[in-house]
Design a binder for this molecule. Sequence first.
Ligand code: C2E
Ligand code: CA
Ligand code: CA
Length: 547
Amino acid sequence: MSLRYLGFAKTVMIALLLATTPLFAINIILNQYAERRAISEMEAMGNVSLHRAEEAISTTVALLQRLDRDDIQTCNAEDRVIFEKQIVEHGMIDAIGVADGVGRRMCVTPDRELVEQVILPPRRVDGPLVGIGMLDRSYLGVRAAVISWDLKNDTRLFAEVTPAVIAIDPGPEYLRSYRRAELRLGDNLLWYTVGGYNSEGSDPGDMLSVEVASELYPLSASVTAPVSAASQLVQDLKVVAAAACAGIALLFVAIGVWLSWRPESEANDEFVAAIRNGEFIPFYQPVMDIETQRLRGCEVLMRWRRPNGVIVSPGQFMAYAENNGHIFDMTRNMMRVSSEEVGELYGENPDFKLSINLFAGHFLDREVISDIKSIFEKSEIAFQQIVVEVTERHPLQDMELARKIIAELQALGVRVALDDVGTGHGGMAYLQKLGVDIIKIDKMFIDTISSDDNSTTIVDSMVELADNLGMGIIAEGVELEEQIERLLELGVTAAQGYYFAQPMPADEFIEFAERMEEEGRERARLAAEAAAAEEAANESARKNAAA
Ligand code: C2E
Ligand code: CA
Ligand code: CA
């Protein structure tokens, strides 16, 4: 059971791994996609603002060139009327005026108080004819730009461009609250800056930034946004991917569970096939009378003979067979086979006993009674020769029913032995309630019988109890000669164990029985000879005495 759970846990782990690995990969791919997409959108934002600035500059420069060409280049009233007209015509231009070489305004339309403020870069002889400067006036973060056109007399025409023309491109919604955009003129003249997000101080690794430059003017636009803002773009997709992976994980778990349970059912199929093929066979372990050294019968012990000849002990399969209910068929088959294999031997030896092991489940159903009846009715083995063993190791669920089944078996003539006495749950209660005929003292007590006083005492009291209740006793697991001596002292007369013989196949057991019979006859012959010799000796002694 625990092994199966271990297999299940492993399956789930592997399935989760199989499902979460793609999730990681998908997340990485989605993040990369989000970053690429955000960067191209930020580039577009930068280009839009550059384009607007370029257009504003080109248009303004074209206007100033035209004024120059038309000789409208002074602060006189006539020119200023024309300036006025141009401002009305060009919505993007707020003011037009004349500036000196240093960059100070000489006059401006509409009329304004002129502070001695330098609004343009100083005029350079070899520099470009166009100059660009910035005013403090701003609109939504965009400063008003001043664009100038050099005249021949060291003065310049200039026009102020309204900040509103460089209307800010808000960009896609997911970036809007996080992005920061800047448009710079030359090295560090800031035309505009938007976006509340301050990228300074945050890890550059967490930031995306793009920079685009104008090909016409010394203009550059930069846009930055945190990576986390970009990944919002794929947030929904990530949720979908996670859900999909969870679904896949479940599928894998289901497949894994199916795969890991399948071998179980295959193993079961193999087991059932083994039963059908008669691979579960009886072995026979002799039970001896230690007083007379004669065979009293045997205990039938199941073995699994695999097709390759390997013999498997019940420890390896009995629990499985019991848990899956296969034991019923197996026991039935085993009884049938043993009734055939040793029927003749038992027919010839009516006081031999044949012990069959039953398990707790057999005492929940009367079927075992009809099985025993139908199998042994037709056989040479009489019901009186049969002993069924019920172990004390595992509790019987329904004591009342068990007692009835036992009583019915006993009515047939079958005897009932309590196996492994002293190791289990039942104890004295079992003996009395179940009404068993024989107790089998477990090897555990026999092992220490010659050395351990306590164990001797336990066996002593078992013997006493069995005597009082009129039950027989069999000692199990006898391996040493001194154990036999001790058992005899305690009044136990039946024993089984490796000292006499291990469980063996039918033909060997029949040979063993014949050998025992032979030895018994030999002993009887020797005893008779000895008795005769003694009788003869006594006779001659009597004759001598009489003579
Ligand atoms: P058990 O009924 O107590 O059977 C006695 C076990 O002790 C047998 O083991 C036997 O080979 C072993 N044994 C006998 N003499 C000695 C000895 O001197 N020294 C040692 N070390 N062991 C000895 P086995 O055949 O491996 O059977 C183990 C258990 O499997 C049995 O214990 C019994 O509980 C169960 N079993 C065997 N056959 C059947 C069966 O047909 N039906 C059922 N329900 N259980 C069975
Ligand atoms: Ca037994
Ligand atoms: Ca036993």
